[in-house]
Write a protein that binds this ligand. Structure first.
Ligand code: NAI
Length: 777
């Protein structure tokens, strides 16, 4: 070809990356792998083949882990853990740093192996996946270094079971392994069955780095092995993958006390306003939905375009799609590579084929004859209720609809059961910053998309799961407070009969929507103290839970108030409680038969003042991420929090949960101490005189065991906490799997209410949303 001819066509020539080194590494390993347990590879056993999805060629044979393998891996991790933790942060930092350096040294080998195994373009594995992996290990080496000074109250969880998907095989490993090791945990990790090879190369790196044996263990296999890890004796499960499996893991771990983080699916909106830089927004879409063949949990897969520019935008987008280069992922000129496996290809194909509405455009490209390829696809003219607007396709398929006003854009964007990410495209900074906080998502990108960094926590809300990976917030998922947990003692109400009968009916009602309400069922029970009958309380039922949740959900305005205002109201509650402290102290003493009522009231007043103090200070951060821009980590309220309050501390338990929750802008449904409910019912008057808006605090009395289920299953409740002395942990966590609520349950361990745990409550009361905002040079 002459230079003139090249200029005429402007065609890219092929620029293939050599697979030789990666294939040689596989040959060196004998093309057959066992697991990596206790610092060494095990003998290969019965298993399955790992194939290159671009060609169908077998790359290696992998071993399907047996129960004995999983047990051995967990035992090795358990044995290694105390020593690893005791090494101390700075010593662990050295290992993580060494791993980061070694990955950097072998970056090209990792990139090629990843592309061979997964089918993603080498441009991506070389320029995105592997650099982010290194960054993650470097960043967390720093976190290990800082742990002792910056997180003095935190300790490792122990052994972490980690189950990862196939879309970013090594990156997901890094996201899981780096923070776990930094905080002193040891791990048993299972890569996805389609893409285990870079995890096995990582095992080799661990050996080269001299990592103590048993700190990292890697077992290969399918979902059955994942289930074995979930059931094994680990202290935490960290999972990334489908919402279906995430929900199953939530159910399987319910009540076990295992910590859990779930990073699940999404159907993330990509909103383009009519004043957007259209060419940039289109280029952004290439990164949003055709990056990694759309197999990205936070892919901008749902395009929402403002009506006035829609036709022009679609025309340009179709033209851009037709220039996308699809083919051999090892070719450096390729934009779109192979889908991970024939099974995934079939899923994508059948989802698109089943769609009967809208207009389908597929990129005018020639697909390679063999291998798992699917053309970049755009489906326009869909309604928000159409299945493809709601279901995650996890392929290179973009669906689209239009909107007229910013308010409608927000409404459509949030019309999903997911809440992982969102993209906003506009030249108007006011509009962008107005919209970003309104989007229900863990990450929002402004005039950019699919940006990631170890410093900016990643994770979702709603059915996209819970927990964050990366940043300071990611670390809490790998630590627990120092100290040993004490077992919980069940507290029974004081029994009694006869006694003084008050001629006036003193049946305390429920407190719903700022008013006292009779319980729906019309039942009440007597509350006895040692000295006799103290009164009656209403017994709430599921209808009362519904009413309370409705009231809380309706009090949305509270979440939009300022911390300054919330602080004032909390101070006011504190003052009003203080004015009646003797009365509350006597009431508590009379119910419990103890003599520490005054102390409890004092502590409750302190909690209120502390929450007031924090209301305008528990700030987010601005992360200096390595782009020309910032990631603003905003702390947002979780929403509606339902809490079964402590039985043993009838006022302090309720206030300790309520105050930080409302300080952060949440609305609450609190179930009072079951045996000693009257401090909570007396508290209504304090709330009434303290300007607390109706619906922000709702208080029910009754049986914790009966109210736990309706609370945990209600779809308008976003988080459920239980500090009840009846251990309802399992029941709450199973039921909360429905809409994947955040849970905080006591697993039959006692809380020391005398200690101020405000920070833990503040953390549980907030979700971090990272808003990425680029700026100029
Ligand atoms: P998956 O959720 O089944 O697999 C993810 C990981 O979980 C793999 O390591 C798998 O072996 C393991 N696993 C499967 N069943 C398990 C169980 N019962 N207990 C414990 N671990 C288990 O995802 P899959 O089947 O590979 O893909 C299906 C769909 O899931 C995709 O089409 C996509 O929609 C979604 N997906 C979402 C991902 C995300 O990052 N959000 C990643 C991968 C898939």
């Amino acid at each position: 070809m002459t230079v003139k001819e090249i200029f005429e066509t402007m065609e890219y020539g092929p620029a293939p990356e050599s697979a030789a080194e990666a294939l040689a590494w596989l040959v060196d390993q004998g093309d057959t792998f066992g697991h990596f347990i206790d610092g060494a590879f095990t003998k290969p056993g019965k298993g399955f083949e790992s194939r290159n999805p671009a060609t169908g060629e077998v790359l290696a044979k992998l071993t399907q882990a047996t129960q004995a393998d999983v047990d051995a891996a967990v035992a090795a991790a358990r044995k290694a853990q105390p020593k690893w933790e005791k090494l101390g942060g700075p010593a662990r930092a050295r290992y993580l740093y060494a791993i980061a350096r070694l990955i950097q040294k072998h970056a090209r080998l990792f990139a090629v192996l990843e592309t061979l195994d997964n089918g993603k373009p080498i441009r991506e594995s070389r320029d995105i996946d592997i650099p982010l992996v290194q960054r993650h290990f470097y960043y967390h080496a720093g976190m290990a270094q800082l742990m002792e000074t910056e997180l003095p109250d935190a300790q490792a969880l122990g052994v972490c079971g980690q189950i990862i998907p196939w879309n970013f095989p090594l990156l997901m490993l890094a996201w899981k392994v780096a923070p776990a090791l930094a905080m002193g945990n040891t791990v048993v990790l299972k890569p996805a069955e389609y893409t285990s090879l870079t995890a096995l190369l990582f095992a080799d790196i661990c050996m080269q780095a001299g990592l103590p044996k048993g700190v990292v263990n890697i077992v290969t296999g399918d979902g059955a092995v994942g289930e074995m890890i979930v059931a094994s004796d680990v202290d935490k499960i960290a999972f990334t993958g489908s919402t279906v499996v995430g929900r199953r893991i939530r159910e399987a771990t319910a009540g076990s006390g295992k910590a859990l983080t779930l990073e699940l699916g999404g159907k993330s909106p990509y909103i383009v306003f009519d004043d957007a830089d259209i060419d940039s927004a289109i280029e952004g879409l290439v990164d949003a939905i055709w990056f990694n063949q759309g197999q990205v949990c936070c892919a901008g897969s749902r395009l929402l375009v403002q009506e006035g520019i829609a036709e022009r935008f679609y025309a340009k987008l179709r033209a851009r799609m037709d220039t996308l280069r699809i083919g051999n992922p090892l070719d450096k000129c390729i934009d779109v590579g192979a889908v991970v496996d024939p099974v995934q290809l079939q899923t994508i194909t059948s989802m698109v084929d089943s769609n009967t509405v809208g207009h389908v455009h597929q990129a005018a490209c020639e697909l390679p004859a063999n291998g798992c390829y699917y053309p970049p696809t755009l489906i326009t003219g869909l309604e928000t209720s159409d299945p493809l607007m709601q279901e995650e396709i996890f392929g290179p398929v973009l669906v689209s609809s239009t909107f007229r006003t910013p308010a409608e854009a927000v409404e459509l964007a949030n019309n999903t059961r997911y809440g992982l990410a969102a993209t906003v495209w506009t030249e108007n900074v006011n509009l962008a910053l107005d919209i970003a906080p309104k989007l229900v998502a863990g990450v929002v990108w402004v005039n950019a998309t699919n940006l990631f960094d170890a410093a900016a926590g990643f994770g979702g809300v709603r059915e996209s799961g819970f927990g964050r990976e990366g940043g300071w917030e990611g670390l809490s998922a790998y630590t627990k407070p120092k100290g040993k947990a004490k077992p919980l003692a069940k507290i029974e109400p004081v029994a009694g009969e006869g006694g003084p009968v008050d001629p006036i009916d003193r049946t305390a009602k429920l407190y719903v929507g700022g008013k006292q309400a009779r319980p729906d069922g019309g039942y009440s029970r007597a509350v006895w103290g040692k000295a006799g009958l103290l009164g009656h309380v209403g017994l709430a039922n599921r209808k009362d839970v519904r009413n309370a949740v409705e009231a809380a959900a309706g009090a949305k305005g509270w979440s939009k108030t300022t911390g300054h205002l919330r602080a004032q109201i909390l101070y006011y509650i504190g003052e009003n409680l203080s004015a009646r402290s003797d009365e509350f102290a006597h009431r508590i003493d009379a119910m419990t038969g103890r003599k520490d009522g005054a102390k409890e009231v004092d502590a409750a007043i302190q909690r209120l003042f502390t929450a007031a103090a924090w209301a305008d200070k528990y700030d987010g951060q601005v992360h200096g991420v390595p782009i020309r821009g910032v990631a603003i980590a905003m702390k947002e309220p979780v929403g509606v929090i339902g809490a079964l309050c402590a039985d043993e501390a009838p006022l302090l338990g309720l206030v300790s949960a309520m105050a930080p929750a409302i300080a952060m802008g949440n609305r609450t449904v609190l179930v009072a101490s079951e045996p000693y409910p009257l401090a909570a019912t007396d508290f209504y008057q304090v709330l009434d005189t303290s300007d607390v808006p109706a619906g922000v605090v709702n208080i029910l009395t009754g049986s914790h065991a009966e109210l736990a289920k309706p609370l945990a299953s209600h779809l308008n409740v976003d988080a459920v906490w239980s500090f009840s002395s009846t251990d309802l942990s399992a029941q709450i966590e199973v039921v909360s799997a429905g809409n994947l609520k955040r849970t905080w349950v006591n697993n039959a361990t006692a809380f020391d209410w005398g200690m101020d745990h405000s920070r833990r409550f503040l953390q549980a009361s907030t979700e971090v949303k990272n808003i990425w905002v680029p700026y100029g040079e």
